[in-house]
Ligand binder design. Structure first.
Ligand SMILES: [Zn+2]
Length: 337
């Protein structure tokens, strides 16, 4: 847990996110500054006045506001209290990283997890507990780690109650339980139709649907060692580097002999509109594709080496072979889905 109260930087407020959250305070308007007033008072009561407040809002915020709030916002903007930008998320993160500030938002910034320096950013959100509004510390680096499921051996996934292509996997899930270190949960636990946090057992809150998700798995021989999801427009590197932006196999200690034959950045996987593309990253032992012999066959053709720098589509049932190791990458999607 981060030392939340010992904050010396400014508080960077995601004003659009705050003003639009009906759980903070009731309003007839879609966006209301009374919610900011209430959250600010809560912050001061719980954590004291910060060195500075930096308010950032999407320009579109005024569309959901009453006339009096719009006037008040303009006055705040002309006094320099609020910055209006086309894309608040990017601006908030840049400020948080450069000013060593804390972001006040309930947004998860999942589209920005590869922003350099994001692991330094700190995030405080809010939640209702027994109808009382309270502040909750969240960390952004944690979000990235949950995208990549921990060792998801087949047996373990059965225990989670998940079947290949379960409809629950089309959505992001969030654990709101404060003591739980998980925030976003990619692989929820299903128990008699209840959708639970695999770590703490709390009920999960359903977030938005993944955009054209592709679920991928990494196998060592026939044993699944990792499962993860790529959204449309998302990409990830796989290798033995531990740089936070790479799905690293360096932690597979008992497979170290094979891991050493991987490059730090071995291959890159990209999701473009639901199609997965693979590229070898100029590696020592290369990357190869094994295509199925026919549509219905489990028999794979001999490996075809990928050309460096050339992206190749990864069809269902094909395997990507990393170097000359037993590590392979496959789509874990539903057949025909
Ligand atoms: Zn949990």
């Amino acid at each position: 847990m981060p030392p939340a109260r010992a904050s010396h930087g400014p508080v960077i407020v995601d004003l659009s996110n705050v003003a639009k959250d009906p759980s903070i305070a009731f309003s007839h308007s879609h966006a209301a500054l009374v919610r900011w007033d209430r959250l600010r008072a809560l912050w001061v009561r719980e954590r004291g006045e910060p060195v500075a407040w930096l308010l950032v809002a999407d320009e579109s915020i005024v569309r959901g506001m009453s006339r009096s709030d719009t006037q008040r916002l303009h006055a705040m903007t002309s006094r320099g209290e609020v910055v209006m930008v086309p894309d608040a998320d990017t601006h908030l993160l840049a400020l948080a990283i450069s000013q060593r500030g804390v972001i006040l938002s309930n947004d998860r910034f999942v589209d920005h997890l590869r922003t350099p320096g994001i692991e330094q950013a700190r995030l405080v959100g809010w939640t209702l507990r027994d109808r009382t509004l309270c502040l909750v510390d969240r960390s952004l680096d944690r979000l990235q780690s949950v995208l990549i499921s921990q060792r998801a051996a087949k047996q373990e996934r059965k225990q989670l109650g998940l079947i290949e292509g379960a409809p629950e996997l089309d959505f992001k899930w969030f654990c709101r339980s404060e003591p739980c270190p998980r925030d976003m949960v990619a692989l929820p636990r299903l128990e008699r139709r209840r959708i639970l946090c695999p770590q703490c057992g709390s009920y999960l809150e359903r977030g938005e649907a993944w955009r054209s998700p592709v679920w991928l798995k990494i196998l060592h021989g026939s044993v699944e060692i990792a499962r993860f999801v790529l959204e449309d427009g998302d990409s990830i590197r796989v290798g033995r580097a531990s740089d936070g932006a790479t799905l690293s196999l360096a932690g597979e200690i008992e497979l170290a002999d094979d891991v050493l034959h991987l490059d730090p950045h071995h291959l890159e996987l990209m999701n473009e509109g639901g199609t997965t593309w693979v590229a070898d990253l100029n590696t020592q032992h290369g990357t190869a594709m094994r295509y199925p012999a026919s549509k219905r066959s489990n028999v794979l053709l001999p490996p075809v080496q990928l050309e460096v720098g050339r992206e190749v589509a990864l069809p269902l049932a094909a395997r990507v072979v990393m170097g000359r190791t037993p590590f392979t990458v496959q789509i874990a999607g539903r057949p025909g889905g």
